[in-house]
Design a protein. Structure first.
Lengths: 377, 76
């Protein structure tokens, strides 16, 4: 059984390691084979970017060699996929090689596309890549006061990021002693301050307490860098001195180029995680079109369910469990307090008031993550 | 040629039916019709509220066995 995994991010890596452990006997005898293809030799811990924008981590802390995270028995190649020939059960790569598979798992992730909004990339700061997070770090250090607007594109990964960056900006300016010179204004695409109702119920009074104003039903249409105004699809506009954006995302270009899904998001069965219409092609992480959070924990829990299922297919001939939609997201509520939201398809979250303990749990998890990537935690 | 698309957002707490619709509208062409399926009764108000504010056409809303079907046409 040839298992081919495309993507060396959180979902792909946890899946590969999970499978390698479950299928250790089969890998030894050659009954199963696991190959991972990635575009990079390094594994990148994306949640660290939020902290990089404030100088609380350095870039080197966010990378490890991908090969160092993988169980023995996994064939790992830096050779990105270029063509998905699903009718032939093949993937062709940049180097020109063709990989045959019996089971394919696509975990190629998503990318920010600020360029789709006129004026956004050049007139806002963001923290969704190393380069832009470092630029934001420098910009924040130079900022001496004014109106800071947070604007949010749809869809985006890390659904808690809009709130987290807002609360962290508040504490950052407070620590710098310039909070009295800063006006924070939060905007959000739907009719409350967060997609999760219980999170919004907690966050709105918290914003009021901290003097942060907000406008809901605000979807970014364009940014006028000369007038320093961001305009919404809903017909409103708000001025800024510093604009911080959470850009809209798309799936990777290779997914769009191969017509696997609109916007690069592949139609995926919500429980079995197979690509619609394809029994032997699975999708996990940001790459799916599922109506769930594009978050690391989503990829993690999907990878665990899929690992169990693919191993069961090899050993028993059939999958054994459904993915239940489980997501777990920390929510930083400032520089040293945090809460979390845990939910699935059936059960909404019920976040508790932020505590220092949860914040320190998140700080610890930022280091412990590498154990999750190895499929252990 | 205008297309019809269904966005199944049942059981979606985050990002939720309205965000799923907004994402779908961004990728749709003018004239396309999108139907959102939601298991959250709040969608029956939230979604038409956004449709109206954003200037699109609310084609209709119906409820069937605890699922709300809300249709919108992209106007601009």
């Amino acid at each position: 059984m040839r298992i081919l995994i495309i993507g060396g991010g959180m979902g792909g890596t946890i899946l590969a390691n999970n499978l390698a452990r479950r299928l250790a006997p089969e890998l030894k005898t050659g009954k199963a084979r696991i190959t991972m293809l990635s575009a990079s030799e390094r594994h990148f811990y994306q949640p660290g970017l939020l902290y990089l924008a404030f100088g609380r981590v350095t870039p080197d802390e966010l990378y490890r060699d991908q090969a160092s995270l993988l169980e023995p028995g996994i064939e790992f190649l830096v050779d990105p996929a270029e063509q998905f020939l699903l009718d032939q059960n093949q993937v062709r790569t940049k180097s020109g090689r063709t990989f045959d598979y019996d089971i394919l798992a696509i975990a190629t992730g998503s990318r920010p596309v600020p360029e789709l909004i006129p004026g956004l990339a050049e007139n806002s700061e963001t923290f969704y890549t190393e380069e832009t997070a470092l630029k934001m770090f420098r910009r924040l250090r130079e900022f001496e006061g004014g109106r800071v607007v947070i604007a949010v594109g749809v869809p985006h990964k890390c659904p808690m990021a809009p709130l987290e960056i807002t609360f962290m900006l508040h504490d950052y300016f407070k620590d710098r002693g310039i909070l009295d010179k800063v006006k924070l204004h939060y905007t959000y695409p739907i009719g409350r301050v967060h997609s999760l109702e219980n999170v919004a119920k907690w966050a709105a009074p918290e914003m009021a307490r901290l003097g942060i104003t907000y406008e809901t039903l605000f979807n970014i249409k364009e940014v006028d860098g000369t007038a320093k105004v961001v305009r919404s699809e809903e017909g409103s506009e708000t001025p800024f001195d510093l604009l911080v954006s959470i850009p809209a995302h798309r799936g990777m270009e290779v997914i769009e180029k191969n017509n696997l899904g609109t916007g690069g998001f592949i139609p995926t069965h919500r429980h079995q995680l197979n690509m619609e219409g394809r029994k032997n092609v699975y999708v996990l992480g940001d790459t799916t079109n599922l109506p769930i959070s594009k978050a690391g924990s989503t990829a993690h829990f999907e990878a665990e369910a899929l690992g169990e299922n693919i191993a069961a297919i090899v050993k028993l001939g059939a999958p054994v469990r459904d993915y239940d939609g489980k997501v777990f997201c920390f929510i930083e509520a400032g520089k040293d307090r945090a809460t979390y939201a845990m939910f699935d398809y059936l059960n909404p979250p019920d976040p508790k008031p932020p505590t220092k303990a949860i914040h320190w749990f998140k700080m610890a998890y930022n280091k412990l993550y590498w154990t999750s990537a190895r499929g252990l935690l | 040629m205008a297309e019809k698309r269904v966005i199944d957002a049942r059981g979606s707490f985050c990002p939720g039916p309205l965000m799923e619709l907004i994402a779908g509208m961004k990728m749709a062409q003018v004239g396309d019709e999108l139907e959102v399926l939601s298991s959250d009764k709040g969608s029956a108000n939230d979604i038409p509220e956004w449709i109206h504010k954003a200037g699109h056409e609310h084609v209709g809303t119906r409820e069937e066995a605890g699922v709300w079907h809300i249709s919108v046409r992209k106007v601009k």
